[in-house]
Design a protein around this ligand. Sequence first.
Ligand code: TXA
Ligand code: MG
Length: 317
Amino acid sequence: MKNIYSNIYKNSQKNLNKAKNLLMKNHIVALPTETVYGLAGNAYKKAAIKKIFNLKKRPKKNPLIIHYNNLNDLKEDAYINSSFLKLYYKFSPGPLTYILKKKKKSKICPHANANLDTIAVRFPKHRDIKKLMKKINFPLAIPSANISSRISPVSAGDVIEEFGKKVKFILNGGRSKIGLESTVIKVSKEIKIVRPGLVLKKDIERVLKKKISFSKKMNKIISPGMLKKHYSPGIPMKLNCKTREDKAAFIVFGKRYKKSKNLFNLSKKGNLKEAGKNLYKTFRKIKNLKYKKINVIKIPNKGFGIAINDRLKKASN
Ligand code: TXA
Ligand code: MG
């Protein structure tokens, strides 16, 4: 298919080098990850970090996730502990973000982590971003590539919907496999999940050989500076609905629904992973079709369903 957008680039070596050169000049590029697409900039440089916050219209108090290619690079910036290491060897690279204590001598721009004494770090798995990170010698601050409080992008085209030509370079790495943001876990003092994702609480407990909990703040303010409303299509949304309404978009899950114009099935097979992957695409579709109201049936609150319900709750606030 011909690419009508001049700022979407296919994932060739040449274009990876182009992305590298832009990042080295403190420019911002949009990159694919296995969770969602992100806006990347040099985490060491204030000029780059400022651009990210401005583009996203992100509140300054809301810290960014710092993305690394390997453990060695992280050692300069954060204190490593045994719980982190156990989880790292099991789940990284992949969709798990760790909140660790930041080292005083760290070169991470203080604005990137909102002047906190912690940093959130992730080791992404997507092939293209890994290739790119091998070419550079600094970590990348990468929030999701959406305007603050709006729907996270899961394809290069979604990034265009958010930013148009304001982001000059978007690397096309295909549709994000997971489709919801990473699990975020605090492993600095107490161990707590602050954002649910594909890496599940029970999987983490199995590795750590102890019970952990979700942060009580998860349903209020997830992290410092984070607003309640999030991941939102900007349309009134009602959860746990049972029946179809004529004019409202109806988001469902499972095989017992007959096709109809305003019906959007997250997974006909009733598969939660597939449903999670389709959630943000479905929000975008409904928004672009100009529906004025969204009803959502009850999604099972287990496994990846916990992350889906977390995003639904925030989108419906
Ligand atoms: O899957 C993902 O994590 C994606 C991809 C692009 O990697 N990134 C992402 O970033 O979702 P963002 O900025 O949209 O969400 C980061 C979350 C926010 O809720 C932020 O408040 C929290 O992580 N966070 C970052 N640093 C933190 C810190 N030091 N303490 C507590 N929360 C933190
Ligand atoms: Mg985000």
